[in-house]
Design a protein around this ligand. Structure first.
Ligand SMILES: NC(=O)N[C@@H](CC(=O)O)C(=O)O
Ligand SMILES: [Zn+2]
Ligand SMILES: [Zn+2]
Length: 342
């Protein structure tokens, strides 16, 4: 196949940051995607409908002249989020979901939830008004091994949560294990996003000839058997699995550091990365629904009607792109890719 024409995709898990960083990265997303679910982990986080409205305006103001993009906003759940805020969020129309970060689990999660059971009234309200809950599904318990944190989250928190709130629609974000795939397949009213890095790489990539900070994200890359289970799920045609890049820009100097930040930058070449992954198992015919249909269906939004074209062209991922403070190193920098957005 030399040319792939697909319905314009959406990114169902994206970090856009703010200020100069937002201006640097947004054009990359806008080139590929029509809409994105925008993560609320700013400093300070997006906790109220008013915060989300103001952030949405800043994003819209940063969309390059003459281009179309719709930011779909989320609220950052804290111990103090009220059921009233949930009702207001649903009424706003532009807040599409609420994001749960366990306190301390990942980048800018300090104000996240300290104990999921504190949120019962909020989950009740979300179930009532049908506002989806997005999960960073990892425990932060220091006695649990880094590579087991997703599985333990499912067993300890997600299974009880789904029992208590069976109608609450949940997205288990950026899944990294076969355990997550199995769980999502077995439960109802739950879907999952999958990133390009978790489809393309296993944890060996973190240590290829030395430590590789640009492959470090959370949840961390796992064993090959997990990567292959994720690729199988993504290419299975099951609508419970859809695209969410988790593109998470950090300047080079905070990645290449004695305590490097978690996050891979993929907004520059997201569809090219997914195309490589799907082609590796001869499943390019499944890419369009994964990227452009299933997420919209889950969020009960219309599917896009425009198209994008990917062509079979060899090109090299740039070593860096401009970014405030220092530059931004894209995922798989220096690698030759075989698909390119026209
Ligand atoms: N995925 C990451 O490694 N980092 C994300 C946060 C997140 O999605 O957990 C970030 O905001 O940098
Ligand atoms: Zn996360
Ligand atoms: Zn994320």
């Amino acid at each position: 196949m030399q040319k792939l024409t697909i319905t314009r995709p959406d990114d169902w898990h994206l970090h856009l940051r703010d200020g100069a960083a937002l201006k640097a990265v947004l054009p990359h997303t806008v080139r590929q995607f029509a809409r994105a679910i925008v993560m609320p982990n700013l400093k300070p986080p997006v906790r109220s409908v008013a915060d989300a409205a103001a952030y949405r305006d800043r994003i819209l103001a940063a969309v390059p002249e003459g281009q179309q993009f719709e930011p779909l906003m989320t609220l950052y759940l804290t111990d103090n989020t009220s059921p009233e805020e949930i009702i207001a969020a649903k009424a706003s129309q532009f807040v599409k979901a609420v994001k749960y970060y366990p306190a301390g689990a990942t980048t800018n999660s300090d104000l996240g939830v300290t104990d999921i059971r504190k949120c019962d009234r909020v989950f009740e309200a979300m179930q009532q008004v049908d506002l989806p809950l997005l999960l960073h599904g990892e425990v932060t318990d220091h006695t649990v091994d880094m590579f087991d944190r997703e599985k333990v989250f499912i067993d300890r928190h997600l299974i009880p949560l789904k029992q208590q709130f069976p109608k609450l629609r949940v997205v288990l974000e950026h899944i990294t294990t076969s355990d997550a795939v199995q769980y999502v397949l077995s439960a109802s009213n739950i879907a999952a996003t999958i990133t390009p890095q978790h489809l393309l790489f296993n944890r060996n990539s973190l240590f290829q000839g030395g430590i590789r900070p640009h492959f470090y994200c959370l949840p961390i890359l796992k064993r090959e058997e997990h990567r292959s289970a994720l690729l199988q799920a993504a290419t299975s045609g099951n609508p419970k699995f859809f695209l969410g890049t988790d593109s998470a820009p950090h300047p080079r100097n905070s990645k290449e550091s004695s305590c490097g930040c978690a996050g891979c930058y993929s907004a520059l070449h997201a569809m090219e990365l997914y195309a490589e992954a799907f082609e590796s198992v001869d499943a390019l015919d499944k890419l369009e629904a994964f990227a452009s249909f299933y997420g919209a269906d889950f969020y009960q939004l219309p599917r896009n009607t425009e198209h994008i074209i990917l062509t079979k062209t060899t090109w090299r991922v740039p070593d860096e792109v401009p970014f405030p403070e220092s530059e931004l190193v894209p995922l798989w920098a220096g690698q030759e890719m075989t698909w390119q957005m026209a």
